[in-house]
Design a protein. Structure first.
Lengths: 122, 235
């Protein structure tokens, strides 16, 4: 077994399931938004705002946002461990990989906090 | 016919080069790639490659033939080269080159060793033999035939990126061969050893392994079965 401390759930199965379930949630959210555009082709700002004023839509959006964050983290972690390896970067690999992983984590946290602020802000 | 061969001796050469050698191919015969290599060897005895059984059983002459991994001994020229075109031979990609077409397969065998490729049966040994029903034996078809030629693993990008962490299709096919064996009692331990982010889950299901397997096996399907077993155990 290969031990790893920077992936999301420590176990491979956990990350794999998170990636798949979050993808389903993201797809369903996209279809819902697209559906609302189709049903209301001339949607204006007030209707758009009313849609996001309902708690149901806010909670659904937050779940989607959390799914996006988890999906992005698993994806970025896989990319960094695939390509930022000693084979490509030599001795610098661990530093570069950790730098990219920390950078991704900070960016994802910023987007999450910002997203919550947008959803529940005025 | 022009044969272009990868030449590299890490002890003396700075970098690999492709050497073109003109070979006289007998008319009206569809030679195997290994036969062409034997003709090349007569012209230049320094060309190095592995070979043994010359009938697709030993798995020692795996190489990259015109961009596709395969066994030289069972790959007909007509299948890989159009008339008038060059035959291009390179070593299997992703593993260190020992010389020319000979690669160092230590990493490949280390990954194979990790999956404990032998029966583990905690039950007391019976008087004669461990019996298996024909139905249970049938479950091993398409798994036990692997000859460890490494054509699949060295055709897998996930294996190129992490050859020290990802078991690779060949090893995982064998892992499932023992997980599927009714006589094996170590399934829980075997699965626990595979449930990390690299060993199995680096497989992205692109099926490069299945496309090149000279024995027509399907490692991607076996990996899917391992994932299903992990989900059943872990959810």
């Amino acid at each position: 077994m290969v031990s790893s401390v920077t992936n999301l759930g420590r176990r491979g199965l956990y990350d794999w399931l998170v990636q798949r379930f979050s993808a389903v949630i993201l797809a369903s959210y996209c279809f819902c938004l697209l559906g609302s555009f189709v049903v209301h082709p001339d949607m204006d700002y007030l209707q758009w705002k009313a849609l996001f004023d309902s708690n149901t839509m806010r909670i659904y959006s937050l779940i989607t946002l959390l799914s996006l964050c988890a999906h992005a983290w698993v994806g970025m972690w896989i990319i960094s461990t695939d390509y930022l390896t000693p084979m490509l970067l030599g001795n610098r690999a661990t530093f570069v990989r950790l730098f990219c992983q920390v950078g991704s984590a900070i960016l994802i946290a910023i987007y999450l906090i910002w997203g919550v602020q947008i959803l529940w802000g005025n | 016919m022009l044969v272009s061969i990868y030449r590299y001796n890490p002890e003396t050469d700075d970098k690999p080069v492709m050497q073109d050698i003109e070979v006289e191919i007998p008319q009206d015969q569809d030679l195997m790639v290994l036969d062409v290599l034997e003709l090349v060897k007569e012209i230049d005895p320094t060309v190095s490659y592995r070979r043994s059984c010359r009938e697709g059983v030993c798995g020692s002459d795996g190489m990259n033939i015109n961009g596709t991994n395969g066994l030289a001994c069972i790959t007909p020229l007509s299948e890989v080269v159009k008339p008038g075109k060059k035959l291009i031979l390179r070593p299997l990609p992703g593993l260190p080159v020992v010389r020319d077409l000979v690669i160092d397969m230590s990493l490949f065998y280390q990954q194979f060793e990790k999956i404990k490729p032998y029966l583990i049966d905690s039950n007391p040994a019976p008087a004669i033999e461990r019996l298996q029903s024909p139905e249970d034996r049938k479950k091993l078809d398409g798994l036990y035939e692997c000859i460890l030629c490494a054509c699949c693993s060295t055709n897998c990008p996930s294996y190129w990126w992490n050859p020290d962490k990802f078991i690779g299709p060949a090893g995982l096919l064998q892992a499932y061969r023992f997980l599927a064996d009714s006589r094996d009692t170590a399934a829980t331990e075997r699965l626990a050893n595979l449930n990390d982010p690299f060993s199995v889950f680096r497989c992205r299901g692109i099926m490069n392994c299945t496309a090149v397997c000279p024995k027509g096996l399907n490692p991607t399907r076996a990996i899917g079965h391992i994932r299903s077993m992990l989900i059943q155990k872990g959810s």
